[in-house]
Design a protein around this ligand. Structure first.
Ligand code: AMP
Ligand code: GLY
Length: 421
């Protein structure tokens, strides 16, 4: 089977690394990929927004299965068009991708199917949203309805900040994503993520993880796409996993099926573990980045086989085997990220990190005259696996410190919540 992987981040490098281990794979293509992916797959510059170009490429190259990494092509209906063209695809239809594409859609589904989540209201007018603040109390959580690259959420401590966040959404700061606003109650607890592989009817646990969203040590500074992760998340005890599966994931799949939009692909539940149990903060319809980089090294089973079973509706006949060890990944980012940063700065000695036993998944990397260079904000994911989080952390940092990249930085405390638990 020839497979095309869509995406260019650390998530896709981790997926590519795992896919090429499959005995079912003949050739892996990746569009557009990065310098790390280019070492294990053939990269190609295809615009995932041009669905005709993608299906045409698949036909020309005898590609039988497409794995879509990021959410935007899914929300735009790439999976629907591939399926219509008779090409197998891993990832939900546009209708099912609304679970990530519209926060209001997900909140309404939760309300209809009794899925625990923060109390909320949806608004299309600033004045009504502001009037509701009186009732909502503080802090208020203000969210742009649509995809906003992780930037559409404001936790407002004051009435003024909440009103400003509402104005920002309706003034077009998030473009189309802000045409509707969701205001919800503030949940208190520890955050964790659970990943479920879904085939429309059946959900299979695909691991738990915790990310580090803020740029600075001690969870300070602005939000990022994620500065590091580990898996499994110790706070996700068997009881929490069971409750999340039965109270959140299973009713979501049943609800989507009931609505005529069965969900196939990865359902990534962002959870708050509150005093009343797990509550859904949000869904994503794809693997997390950098969470995927800590899930893949622990998965012993054939990823391609599992993805194909999810796509074909036959997950019940499969199960997944996992390593008992912990994986931890440290993101190396360009100085200045998540703000402006210099591009094309040289990176050396990645092999030295690998010689220490770490896996180095690339994100924003490229080659210039043969030299590895940083081309993005998040650039490398140095990932280690060990019997506990503390050892995985020590191993990941020892490896990261071998890398010679003057313009890079990382958080030094990835895993702090889990160490000592
Ligand atoms: P989201 O993009 O919906 O995941 O929100 C981004 C971040 O905002 C989450 O990871 C949480 O840290 C925080 N957040 C979102 N909704 C809530 C809520 N209802 N209560 C507390 N924190 C929240
Ligand atoms: N690491 C957060 C995300 O992938 O959305």
């Amino acid at each position: 089977m020839n497979v095309l992987l869509i995406g260019s981040g650390g998530r896709e490098h981790a997926l590519a690394w795992k896919l090429v281990q499959s005995p079912k794979l003949d050739k892996l293509w990746c569009a557009p990929g990065n310098a790390g992916i280019a070492e294990i797959a053939e990269t190609v510059s295809l615009d995932p927004g041009n669905h005709q170009a993608v299906t045409g490429f698949c036909r020309e190259n005898d590609i039988g299965f497409v794995v879509v990494g990021p959410e935007a092509p899914l929300v735009a209906g790439l999976a629907d068009d591939l399926e219509a063209a008779g090409i197998g695809v891993f990832g939900p239809s546009a209708a099912a991708a609304q679970l990530e594409g519209s926060k209001g859609f997900t909140k309404d589904l939760c309300a209809e199917f009794n899925i625990p989540t923060a109390a909320y209201r949806r608004f299309t007018q600033a004045a009504e949203a502001k009037a509701y603040l009186e009732k909502a109390g503080l802090p208020a959580v203000i969210k742009a309805d649509g995809l906003a690259a992780g930037k559409g959420v404001v936790i407002a401590e004051t009435r003024e900040a909440a009103e400003a966040a509402i104005d920002d959404c309706f003034d077009g700061t998030f473009g189309e994503a802000g045409h509707e606003v969701v205001i919800e109650a503030f949940l208190v607890g520890e955050e964790a993520s659970l990943f479920a592989l879904c085939d429309g009817q059946t959900a299979m646990l695909l691991g738990t993880a915790q990310d580090h969203k803020r740029v600075g040590d001690g969870d300070t500074g602005p939000n990022t796409g994620g500065m590091g992760a580990y898996s499994p998340a110790p706070c996700m005890t068997q009881e929490m996993i069971d409750r999340t599966m039965s109270e959140i994931i299973v009713p979501t799949l049943a609800g989507m099926h009931h609505r005529g939009h069965p969900f196939k692909g990865i359902l990534y539940a962002g959870l708050m573990l509150t005093a009343d149990g797990p509550q859904l903060i949000e869904y994503n319809v794809r693997f997390g980045d950098p969470e995927c980089q800590v899930l893949m090294p622990r998965l012993k089973s054939d990823l391609l086989e599992l993805m194909m079973a999810a796509s074909q509706g036959s997950l019940l006949e499969h199960d997944a085997q996992w390593s008992d060890e912990y994986a931890l990944s440290v993101v190396l980012a360009s100085k200045g990220y998540p703000g402006a940063y210099e591009k094309n700065t040289p990176i050396r000695d990645v092999e030295k990190a690998e010689e220490q036993g770490a896996l180095v998944f690339h994100a924003g990397t490229g080659r210039k005259d043969g030299q590895l260079v940083a081309t993005g904000g998040r650039v490398l994911n140095v990932t280690a696996i060990a019997p506990n989080v503390a050892e995985a952390q020590a191993k990941a940092y020892a490896a990261a410190d071998e890398i010679d990249w003057g313009n890079g930085f990382c958080r030094r405390d990835i895993g702090w919540r889990a160490i000592g638990k």
